[in-house]
Write a new protein. Structure first.
Length: 370
């Protein structure tokens, strides 16, 4: 073989490998992210992960032991019951789920809507940088996992995050924002992360890579591609955005949501914001675009769910909002639950932790043939 032939072979081989490089990098990043998710969730990463040796650390072992116990309790008391309720009652699940005011709560999104192929979540907390633990060691592992533990405390105990506390809990130097929490919930839900990227929206709701040259985002977020045991890829979007009427016109967020067409919606522990005039635009979006709506009483007030357009299925017991939100009492909802409740809930959801909870399943009625 001549020197020229050797050169050409080497040239084309290099070109071929360079062409594959982006795909290889994405696969490697996905594996690294999945390993980090497992590690933060108190689960062993892959055997060849740089994090594998740290699972022998006493601090991580203790963390994993406590996490396993707490997760088992959460499964028994909450998640398996939520999944059973959903399987029995949410009969028309759509491929898209809109979860407004969610924060990083993939946990309950997945429990109530396990068949969703695309989940759009939003909150006031930033997604943060893509989690990276290349320089973690036996001296720093305790601080990192205990920080995650603190951020998870409320939702593991009470089914919701407390927004006022999340700013400090999600602002650690290495693992900041909502992504580390989403990672934990994906790993514990037996999901495999394939790809993670930071993204942004323009004012027209078009999605761009955050590092796209010349792109100035009006809203920032993250995109996570993952799969369950069936291997089918699913996508989670999380955006930091103001859902008030002042925020949505310039955020591109509702325009992005509109691109998915009809979907399901989930609202819980949302501070009764959808009861106020200042959040009418997102409320109208949900009314227009939702097929099946699952919400506690902090969601869309009953007066906006017309009986001719919605089939209403109340579950559990509606008493009254907690004292902090006494202004959001709904006499018509009290009447609906007293007359038509379809049975108690054997799990707790919303602000009345440990007390009778309420859920309203509202299904858009099929238009009658003319």
């Amino acid at each position: 073989m001549t020197k020229m032939n050797v050169f050409l072979r080497s040239f084309f081989l290099c070109a071929f490998l360079l062409a594959l490089a982006p795909g290889l990098a994405r696969a490697a990043d996905g594996q690294a992210s999945d390993d980090i998710a497992h590690f933060l969730a108190g689960l062993p990463p892959s055997a060849n992960s740089p994090l594998a040796s740290l699972t022998n650390d006493a601090a991580w072992k203790k963390y994993a032991e406590v996490f396993n116990t707490d997760w088992k309790n959460l499964e028994n008391k909450q998640l398996e019951k939520v999944r059973a309720w959903s399987a029995a009652n949410v009969k028309q699940s759509q491929p898209v789920l809109f979860y407004m005011f969610s924060g990083p709560d993939y946990l309950y999104a997945n429990a109530f809507f396990p068949n969703a192929k695309t989940i759009v979540m939003s909150g006031l907390e930033p997604s943060g940088a893509i989690p990276e633990l290349s320089d973690i060691n036996s001296h720093t592992v305790a601080g990192e996992v205990n920080g995650i533990r603190a951020a998870l405390g409320n939702i593991l105990k009470h089914s919701y995050f407390i927004t006022s506390q999340m700013g400090s809990q999600l602002s650690r130097p290495k693992l900041s924002g909502t992504l580390p929490i989403i990672y934990v919930f994906l790993a514990r839900s037996e999901r495999t992360i394939h790809d993670v990227s930071l993204v942004g929206l323009d004012k027209d709701g078009k999605l761009h890579p955050l590092d796209e040259a010349g792109f100035v985002p009006v809203t920032k977020g993250a995109k996570v591609v993952f799969a369950g045991s069936d291997g089918e890829e699913r996508t989670l979007y999380y955006f930091r955005t103001d859902l008030s009427n002042k925020g949505v016109p310039n955020s591109g967020f509702l325009k992005f949501c509109e691109s998915f067409g009809q979907g399901d919606a989930f609202v819980k522990s949302a501070s009764y914001l959808l009861h106020t005039p200042g959040f009418s635009e997102v409320r109208e979006f949900l009314i227009k675009k939702t097929v099946s709506l699952v919400q506690d009483d902090t969601g869309i007030p009953l007066k906006f769910l017309n009986d001719n357009e919605w089939q209403l299925h109340p579950f559990g017991t509606y008493l009254a909002p907690i004292r902090q939100f006494a202004h959001a009492q709904q006499p018509k909802l009290v009447e609906l639950f007293k007359k038509n409740s379809e049975g108690p809930l054997n799990f707790t959801v919303g602000y009345r932790w440990g007390k009778p909870s309420n859920l309203l399943l509202a299904v858009k009625a099929t238009p009658k043939a003319q």
